[in-house]
Write a protein that binds this ligand. Structure first.
Ligand code: ZN
Ligand code: ZN
Length: 172
């Protein structure tokens, strides 16, 4: 557990600097593993609750959706969270708390699990469809060869819809 007692920042901002490893079960299938994460930042009291600002650094190993190869994604994210007591959370029929760009987290007890913050941020950082490189060619759909390693022997694919056009020749 990497719990921070938020009330410790009631009188003055609380700095933290932690290294943590997250349990591996929580990731989707595109994430092979997440290395040790470094979180460094501070918590401070605000009029409504608390503010957390921190930097998250580390590395995740992802699986490319095209070639299924593993590749590293460097994580270097700035996290800004407004922590507000659940008791003062807006009801559903009220609008969200102003037009803030900050993420808002409502809490029941004034403690914050840094592992939760880190896990959320890692999931936000992982692309929907991870690619080892933008131009990854993936596998040939016919012979299964990894086309990043070179072209395969398959003849060029012809689209059946064009077959009649290819036979068409202008009459002389
Ligand atoms: Zn790839
Ligand atoms: Zn092929």
């Amino acid at each position: 557990m990497h719990l921070i007692d938020l009330t410790r920042s009631d009188t003055q901002p609380l700095d933290f600097d932690q290294r943590l490893r997250l349990a591996s079960e929580s990731w989707g299938e595109d994430v092979v593993r997440v290395g040790e994460l470094h979180l460094e930042g501070h918590v401070e009291r605000t009029s409504q609750g608390y503010h957390l600002g921190c930097r998250l650094e580390g590395e995740a190993t992802l699986r490319c959706v095209r070639c299924l190869g593993e590749f590293a994604l460097a994580l270097d994210e700035q996290v800004e969270l407004e922590l507000i007591p659940a008791a003062s959370a807006p009801r559903e029929d009220e609008t969200r708390l102003g037009k803030t760009e900050l993420d808002v987290v409502f809490f029941d007890a004034p403690s914050l699990d840094l592992a939760y913050v880190a896990a959320e941020q890692v999931l936000l950082s992982v692309p929907m469809k991870p690619l080892c490189k933008q131009e990854c060619r993936g596998f040939c759909s016919r012979c299964g060869k990894n086309l990043n390693e070179g072209p395969c022997e398959c003849p060029p694919e012809t689209d059946a819809r064009w077959a009649t056009l290819q036979q068409w020749r202008p009459s002389e």
